[in-house]
Ligand binder design. Structure first.
Ligand SMILES: C[S@@+](CC[C@H](N)C(=O)[O-])C[C@H]1O[C@@H](n2cnc3c(N)ncnc32)[C@H](O)[C@@H]1O
Length: 293
Protein backbone atom coordinates (compact mmCIF):
# COMPACT_ATOMS: atom_id res chain seq x y z
CA UNK A 1 0.00 0.00 0.00
CA UNK A 2 1.34 3.47 -0.88
CA UNK A 3 0.91 6.13 1.79
CA UNK A 4 0.33 9.64 0.47
CA UNK A 5 3.17 11.87 1.58
CA UNK A 6 2.88 15.53 2.50
CA UNK A 7 4.80 17.66 -0.02
CA UNK A 8 8.19 18.92 1.09
CA UNK A 9 8.61 22.27 2.76
CA UNK A 10 10.74 24.72 0.81
CA UNK A 11 13.75 25.81 2.88
CA UNK A 12 17.49 25.35 2.63
CA UNK A 13 19.50 22.65 0.87
CA UNK A 14 20.05 20.98 4.26
CA UNK A 15 16.28 21.04 5.00
CA UNK A 16 15.49 19.33 1.70
CA UNK A 17 18.21 16.77 2.24
CA UNK A 18 16.89 15.95 5.70
CA UNK A 19 13.28 15.64 4.51
CA UNK A 20 14.39 13.45 1.57
CA UNK A 21 16.32 11.09 3.83
CA UNK A 22 13.40 10.78 6.23
CA UNK A 23 10.92 10.06 3.46
CA UNK A 24 13.08 7.39 1.81
CA UNK A 25 13.97 5.78 5.15
CA UNK A 26 10.25 5.59 5.97
CA UNK A 27 9.70 3.89 2.59
CA UNK A 28 12.23 1.20 3.55
CA UNK A 29 15.00 2.26 1.14
CA UNK A 30 18.24 0.89 2.59
CA UNK A 31 20.37 3.51 0.79
CA UNK A 32 18.10 6.42 1.78
CA UNK A 33 20.95 8.90 2.31
CA UNK A 34 22.77 7.97 -0.88
CA UNK A 35 19.61 8.04 -3.03
CA UNK A 36 18.58 11.41 -1.54
CA UNK A 37 21.94 12.95 -2.40
CA UNK A 38 21.84 11.44 -5.88
CA UNK A 39 18.47 13.06 -6.63
CA UNK A 40 19.30 16.33 -4.92
CA UNK A 41 22.57 16.80 -6.80
CA UNK A 42 20.59 16.30 -10.00
CA UNK A 43 17.85 18.81 -9.11
CA UNK A 44 20.33 21.44 -7.90
CA UNK A 45 22.90 20.66 -10.63
CA UNK A 46 25.47 20.46 -7.84
CA UNK A 47 28.20 18.01 -6.85
CA UNK A 48 27.98 16.15 -3.51
CA UNK A 49 30.69 18.44 -2.19
CA UNK A 50 28.55 21.45 -3.14
CA UNK A 51 25.59 19.97 -1.24
CA UNK A 52 27.74 20.26 1.87
CA UNK A 53 29.12 23.70 1.04
CA UNK A 54 25.70 25.11 0.07
CA UNK A 55 23.79 23.50 2.98
CA UNK A 56 22.47 26.83 4.30
CA UNK A 57 21.43 28.25 0.88
CA UNK A 58 17.72 28.58 0.12
CA UNK A 59 16.15 26.42 -2.62
CA UNK A 60 13.39 27.58 -4.96
CA UNK A 61 9.82 26.29 -5.03
CA UNK A 62 10.46 24.84 -8.46
CA UNK A 63 13.48 22.86 -7.17
CA UNK A 64 11.47 21.66 -4.18
CA UNK A 65 8.64 20.54 -6.47
CA UNK A 66 10.95 18.64 -8.78
CA UNK A 67 12.74 16.98 -5.87
CA UNK A 68 9.37 16.05 -4.35
CA UNK A 69 8.28 14.37 -7.61
CA UNK A 70 11.55 12.39 -7.75
CA UNK A 71 11.17 11.26 -4.13
CA UNK A 72 7.64 10.02 -4.93
CA UNK A 73 9.18 7.73 -7.53
CA UNK A 74 12.14 6.69 -5.36
CA UNK A 75 9.78 5.81 -2.50
CA UNK A 76 8.38 3.03 -4.71
CA UNK A 77 12.00 1.67 -4.87
CA UNK A 78 12.60 2.87 -8.44
CA UNK A 79 16.40 3.24 -8.78
CA UNK A 80 17.74 6.82 -8.87
CA UNK A 81 19.58 6.17 -12.15
CA UNK A 82 16.23 5.55 -13.88
CA UNK A 83 14.67 8.58 -12.19
CA UNK A 84 17.38 10.99 -13.32
CA UNK A 85 17.73 9.10 -16.63
CA UNK A 86 21.52 9.06 -16.67
CA UNK A 87 24.49 7.10 -15.39
CA UNK A 88 28.26 7.43 -15.77
CA UNK A 89 30.19 4.50 -17.16
CA UNK A 90 33.97 4.85 -17.57
CA UNK A 91 33.59 8.60 -17.97
CA UNK A 92 30.73 8.40 -20.53
CA UNK A 93 27.38 9.83 -19.40
CA UNK A 94 24.81 7.37 -20.74
CA UNK A 95 21.05 7.65 -21.06
CA UNK A 96 19.59 5.14 -18.63
CA UNK A 97 16.01 3.90 -18.28
CA UNK A 98 14.01 0.77 -17.61
CA UNK A 99 14.63 -0.55 -21.13
CA UNK A 100 18.05 -1.87 -20.02
CA UNK A 101 20.11 -2.88 -17.00
CA UNK A 102 21.84 -0.04 -15.12
CA UNK A 103 25.57 -0.39 -15.94
CA UNK A 104 27.55 -1.34 -12.81
CA UNK A 105 30.95 -0.21 -11.47
CA UNK A 106 32.03 -3.88 -11.29
CA UNK A 107 31.65 -4.02 -15.08
CA UNK A 108 33.64 -0.81 -15.55
CA UNK A 109 36.53 -2.45 -13.73
CA UNK A 110 37.02 -5.36 -16.14
CA UNK A 111 36.19 -3.27 -19.22
CA UNK A 112 39.12 -1.04 -18.24
CA UNK A 113 41.29 -4.18 -18.08
CA UNK A 114 40.10 -5.18 -21.55
CA UNK A 115 41.06 -1.74 -22.94
CA UNK A 116 44.58 -2.25 -21.60
CA UNK A 117 44.83 -5.80 -22.99
CA UNK A 118 46.92 -5.32 -26.14
CA UNK A 119 46.41 -8.91 -27.34
CA UNK A 120 43.27 -7.99 -29.34
CA UNK A 121 44.63 -4.68 -30.66
CA UNK A 122 46.14 -6.14 -33.82
CA UNK A 123 46.02 -4.60 -37.30
CA UNK A 124 44.71 -1.14 -38.21
CA UNK A 125 41.07 -1.85 -37.36
CA UNK A 126 40.46 -4.73 -34.96
CA UNK A 127 36.86 -5.86 -34.47
CA UNK A 128 35.17 -6.40 -31.09
CA UNK A 129 31.75 -7.91 -30.35
CA UNK A 130 29.76 -6.83 -27.25
CA UNK A 131 27.15 -9.56 -26.68
CA UNK A 132 24.17 -8.51 -24.53
CA UNK A 133 24.95 -4.82 -24.93
CA UNK A 134 21.89 -3.54 -22.99
CA UNK A 135 22.28 0.25 -22.77
CA UNK A 136 25.35 -0.01 -25.03
CA UNK A 137 27.57 0.89 -22.06
CA UNK A 138 30.48 -1.44 -22.84
CA UNK A 139 30.54 -0.77 -26.60
CA UNK A 140 30.27 3.02 -26.16
CA UNK A 141 32.99 3.09 -23.47
CA UNK A 142 35.30 0.94 -25.61
CA UNK A 143 34.62 3.02 -28.72
CA UNK A 144 35.47 6.14 -26.70
CA UNK A 145 38.62 4.73 -25.07
CA UNK A 146 39.89 2.88 -28.16
CA UNK A 147 38.38 4.58 -31.22
CA UNK A 148 40.60 2.78 -33.75
CA UNK A 149 38.57 -0.45 -33.46
CA UNK A 150 35.22 -1.46 -34.99
CA UNK A 151 32.49 -2.60 -32.56
CA UNK A 152 29.35 -4.69 -32.94
CA UNK A 153 26.86 -4.25 -30.09
CA UNK A 154 24.15 -6.94 -30.06
CA UNK A 155 21.21 -7.88 -27.86
CA UNK A 156 18.04 -9.98 -28.14
CA UNK A 157 15.94 -7.29 -26.56
CA UNK A 158 14.50 -4.58 -28.88
CA UNK A 159 13.87 -1.93 -26.19
CA UNK A 160 17.48 -2.30 -24.99
CA UNK A 161 18.70 -1.90 -28.58
CA UNK A 162 16.75 1.38 -28.90
CA UNK A 163 18.53 2.70 -25.81
CA UNK A 164 21.92 1.45 -27.05
CA UNK A 165 21.32 3.22 -30.39
CA UNK A 166 20.57 6.44 -28.53
CA UNK A 167 23.78 6.15 -26.51
CA UNK A 168 25.86 5.40 -29.60
CA UNK A 169 24.38 8.52 -31.30
CA UNK A 170 24.88 10.65 -28.22
CA UNK A 171 28.58 9.75 -28.03
CA UNK A 172 29.20 10.18 -31.78
CA UNK A 173 30.26 6.57 -32.24
CA UNK A 174 27.95 5.74 -35.16
CA UNK A 175 30.95 5.40 -37.49
CA UNK A 176 32.48 2.62 -35.37
CA UNK A 177 29.64 0.90 -33.45
CA UNK A 178 27.01 -1.21 -35.21
CA UNK A 179 23.97 -1.97 -33.04
CA UNK A 180 21.93 -4.98 -34.08
CA UNK A 181 19.52 -7.66 -32.90
CA UNK A 182 21.06 -11.07 -32.32
CA UNK A 183 20.47 -14.07 -30.12
CA UNK A 184 24.01 -14.60 -28.83
CA UNK A 185 26.45 -14.50 -31.75
CA UNK A 186 23.86 -15.86 -34.24
CA UNK A 187 23.96 -13.03 -36.80
CA UNK A 188 27.69 -12.25 -36.51
CA UNK A 189 30.07 -13.06 -39.38
CA UNK A 190 32.49 -16.02 -39.31
CA UNK A 191 36.11 -15.58 -38.14
CA UNK A 192 35.75 -11.80 -37.87
CA UNK A 193 36.45 -10.71 -34.27
CA UNK A 194 39.69 -10.02 -32.39
CA UNK A 195 37.82 -9.54 -29.13
CA UNK A 196 34.50 -10.65 -27.63
CA UNK A 197 33.15 -9.12 -24.42
CA UNK A 198 29.90 -10.01 -22.72
CA UNK A 199 27.99 -9.23 -19.57
CA UNK A 200 25.16 -11.73 -20.00
CA UNK A 201 22.54 -12.70 -17.40
CA UNK A 202 24.22 -14.94 -14.82
CA UNK A 203 21.99 -15.06 -11.72
CA UNK A 204 20.12 -18.27 -11.04
CA UNK A 205 16.35 -17.97 -11.21
CA UNK A 206 16.26 -18.53 -7.42
CA UNK A 207 18.72 -15.68 -6.88
CA UNK A 208 16.63 -13.43 -9.13
CA UNK A 209 13.53 -14.02 -6.98
CA UNK A 210 15.39 -12.87 -3.86
CA UNK A 211 16.87 -9.66 -5.31
CA UNK A 212 16.07 -6.35 -3.60
CA UNK A 213 12.93 -4.67 -4.94
CA UNK A 214 14.79 -1.86 -6.68
CA UNK A 215 16.46 -4.44 -8.91
CA UNK A 216 13.85 -7.19 -9.27
CA UNK A 217 10.87 -4.90 -9.82
CA UNK A 218 12.58 -2.37 -12.10
CA UNK A 219 15.48 -3.82 -14.10
CA UNK A 220 14.62 -6.16 -17.01
CA UNK A 221 14.42 -9.80 -15.92
CA UNK A 222 15.96 -10.86 -19.23
CA UNK A 223 19.12 -8.96 -18.24
CA UNK A 224 19.53 -10.79 -14.94
CA UNK A 225 17.92 -14.24 -14.88
CA UNK A 226 20.34 -16.79 -16.33
CA UNK A 227 18.07 -19.81 -15.75
CA UNK A 228 18.27 -22.66 -13.20
CA UNK A 229 22.07 -22.57 -12.78
CA UNK A 230 22.59 -19.01 -14.06
CA UNK A 231 24.59 -20.20 -17.04
CA UNK A 232 21.94 -20.88 -19.71
CA UNK A 233 22.90 -17.97 -21.99
CA UNK A 234 26.64 -17.96 -21.16
CA UNK A 235 26.90 -21.69 -21.95
CA UNK A 236 25.40 -21.15 -25.41
CA UNK A 237 27.53 -18.08 -26.20
CA UNK A 238 30.74 -19.90 -25.17
CA UNK A 239 29.86 -22.87 -27.37
CA UNK A 240 29.02 -20.66 -30.39
CA UNK A 241 31.74 -17.99 -29.99
CA UNK A 242 34.62 -19.88 -31.72
CA UNK A 243 32.83 -19.58 -35.08
CA UNK A 244 33.06 -15.78 -35.04
CA UNK A 245 36.62 -15.42 -33.65
CA UNK A 246 39.97 -14.88 -35.39
CA UNK A 247 42.91 -16.94 -34.16
CA UNK A 248 44.34 -15.27 -31.02
CA UNK A 249 41.06 -13.47 -30.29
CA UNK A 250 40.49 -12.60 -26.64
CA UNK A 251 37.25 -13.25 -24.74
CA UNK A 252 36.07 -11.55 -21.50
CA UNK A 253 32.89 -12.83 -19.82
CA UNK A 254 31.42 -11.22 -16.70
CA UNK A 255 30.33 -13.80 -14.13
CA UNK A 256 28.78 -14.09 -10.67
CA UNK A 257 30.93 -14.38 -7.55
CA UNK A 258 30.89 -18.20 -7.49
CA UNK A 259 30.99 -19.00 -11.19
CA UNK A 260 34.73 -18.73 -11.91
CA UNK A 261 35.38 -22.44 -11.94
CA UNK A 262 32.24 -23.40 -13.89
CA UNK A 263 32.75 -20.79 -16.63
CA UNK A 264 36.49 -21.55 -16.88
CA UNK A 265 35.55 -25.18 -17.49
CA UNK A 266 33.09 -24.15 -20.21
CA UNK A 267 35.76 -22.09 -21.99
CA UNK A 268 38.37 -24.83 -21.73
CA UNK A 269 35.91 -27.44 -23.02
CA UNK A 270 35.13 -25.18 -26.00
CA UNK A 271 38.86 -25.04 -26.87
CA UNK A 272 39.91 -21.68 -25.37
CA UNK A 273 43.41 -21.39 -23.84
CA UNK A 274 45.04 -19.08 -21.26
CA UNK A 275 41.79 -19.23 -19.29
CA UNK A 276 41.86 -17.08 -16.12
CA UNK A 277 39.36 -15.92 -13.52
CA UNK A 278 39.88 -12.39 -12.20
CA UNK A 279 38.33 -10.79 -9.14
CA UNK A 280 36.85 -7.36 -8.51
CA UNK A 281 37.70 -4.88 -5.72
CA UNK A 282 35.71 -7.02 -3.30
CA UNK A 283 37.75 -10.04 -4.32
CA UNK A 284 34.72 -11.71 -5.84
CA UNK A 285 35.20 -13.61 -9.10
CA UNK A 286 34.00 -11.10 -11.70
CA UNK A 287 35.34 -11.96 -15.14
CA UNK A 288 36.71 -15.01 -16.93
CA UNK A 289 39.12 -14.35 -19.77
CA UNK A 290 40.54 -16.62 -22.42
CA UNK A 291 42.14 -16.74 -25.87
CA UNK A 292 41.00 -18.59 -28.95
CA UNK A 293 44.14 -20.40 -30.14
C1 LIG B 1 23.45 -8.08 -17.50
S1 LIG B 1 22.72 -7.22 -18.88
C2 LIG B 1 24.17 -6.34 -19.44
C3 LIG B 1 23.90 -5.05 -20.14
C4 LIG B 1 25.19 -4.25 -20.44
N1 LIG B 1 26.10 -5.01 -21.27
C5 LIG B 1 25.89 -3.83 -19.18
O1 LIG B 1 26.94 -4.40 -18.85
O2 LIG B 1 25.39 -2.93 -18.49
C6 LIG B 1 22.54 -8.58 -20.00
C7 LIG B 1 22.03 -8.23 -21.38
O3 LIG B 1 22.05 -9.46 -22.16
C8 LIG B 1 20.90 -9.49 -22.97
N2 LIG B 1 20.64 -10.88 -23.36
C9 LIG B 1 20.01 -11.84 -22.64
N3 LIG B 1 19.98 -12.98 -23.35
C10 LIG B 1 20.62 -12.73 -24.53
C11 LIG B 1 20.90 -13.52 -25.69
N4 LIG B 1 20.52 -14.80 -25.78
N5 LIG B 1 21.56 -12.93 -26.70
C12 LIG B 1 21.93 -11.63 -26.65
N6 LIG B 1 21.68 -10.85 -25.59
C13 LIG B 1 21.04 -11.39 -24.54
C14 LIG B 1 19.81 -8.84 -22.12
O4 LIG B 1 18.74 -8.40 -22.91
C15 LIG B 1 20.61 -7.72 -21.42
O5 LIG B 1 20.53 -6.53 -22.14
Amino acid sequence: MTTLQAPLTTGTVANLQQQGRERLSAAGIPEAAGWTDWLLTHVLQASRCELVMRAAEPVTEDQTGRFNAMLDRAATHEPPQYIVGAVDFLGCTLACDARALIPRPETEQWVAQFVRDTRWQTGPRPAVADIGTGSGAIAVALATCYPAARYWAVDVDSPALELATRNVDRHDCVDRVTVLASDGVAVLPDAHFNGLVANLPYLTTDEWTTLPRHIRDYEPRQALDGGPDGLTVIRRVVADAPRVLHPNAVIYLEIGAHQGRAVSRLLTAAGFVDVQTRGDWNEHDRVVTGRWP
